[in-house]
Design a protein around this ligand. Structure first.
Ligand code: UDP
Length: 239
């Protein structure tokens, strides 16, 4: 089943893609190349909401595994996503794309709070809206934040740009014969615990009929190819 025509999308980027070829943090040159991809997509007339993870800086689970209080560590993770959002805002504005960052944790010196109607207005005016700090609560992920914003902003699809080019029946880094799905249902993803997004995010997309498109953002031009229906990707939707 091909994707429906899209007017508004939510693009979720894993934090780790901001590292470029590094092991940690933000590579400004690579963030700029990601911004170019976003600009090219926007220039086709799409309205774009962005959510960026924080895994390149801090993940709550890693902090908890090292003995930290989970909620405390998760708040640190949310702050990491705000740093990434500001880095992406900087890159986009340097190439002439107007943006606004809205954070689920209020931080009025650096960005706006999340206000849905205001975000609508920004999109109407042609701005890219970057939603930071996930859902603003610990024990969630930015995938859940992406699904939530995709639902409330009535996005036609959630595009998950990550380091792998789709959803596989096993981890392709560990199993050489792992098979990539062209399309797969939400229910199979949940039942087989396939590595797409966390279960809460997948369920939210399923319940609101939002297709999830998983693709590699590391290859140049891939976002445009995926939007044109020509890319390598997996589409998660109702079977
Ligand atoms: N986080 C959270 N609540 C949210 C979103 C994020 O607690 O709504 C924290 C959580 O600790 C998570 C970290 O922020 O590990 C970074 O986000 P995520 O792991 O989703 O980033 P990604 O894997 O996409 O880079």
């Amino acid at each position: 089943m091909p994707l429906p025509p899209m007017k508004r999308v939510l693009l979720k980027l894993s934090g780790e893609v901001l590292m470029g070829d590094g092991q940690y943090g933000i590579d400004p040159a690579f963030v700029m190349s990601l911004a170019q991809e976003v600009k090219a997509a926007k220039d086709t007339g799409l309205e774009i909401c962005l959510v960026i993870g924080g895994g390149n800086i801090f993940r709550g689970m890693a902090g908890a595994a090292a003995g930290m209080d989970r909620a405390q560590a998760d708040y640190m993770g949310m702050l990491a996503t705000v740093m990434n959002a500001l880095a992406m805002q900087n890159a986009l504005e340097q190439i002439g794309v107007q943006t606004r960052v809205q954070s689920a944790i209020e931080m009025d010196k650096v960005c706006e709070p999340v206000i849905r109607r205001r975000a609508e207005r920004h999109l109407e005016k042609g701005r890219v809206v970057i939603f930071a700090a996930g859902v603003g609560a610990p024990y969630f992920t930015t995938d859940s934040g992406a699904a939530l914003r995709a639902a409330e902003m009535k996005c036609d699809a959630l595009l998950k740009g990550t380091s792998v080019d789709g959803v596989y029946d096993a981890d392709p880094k560990k199993k050489s014969g792992a098979k990539r799905f062209e399309t797969v249902s939400y229910d199979k993803v949940l039942a087989d615990n396939l590595k797409v997004m966390d279960a809460a995010a997948v369920a939210l997309c399923r319940d609101n009929g939002i297709p999830i498109v998983v693709f590699s953002i590391r290859e140049k031009g891939n976002l445009a190819r995926v939007l044109a229906g020509e890319g390598v990707q997996t589409i998660v939707q109702n079977g």
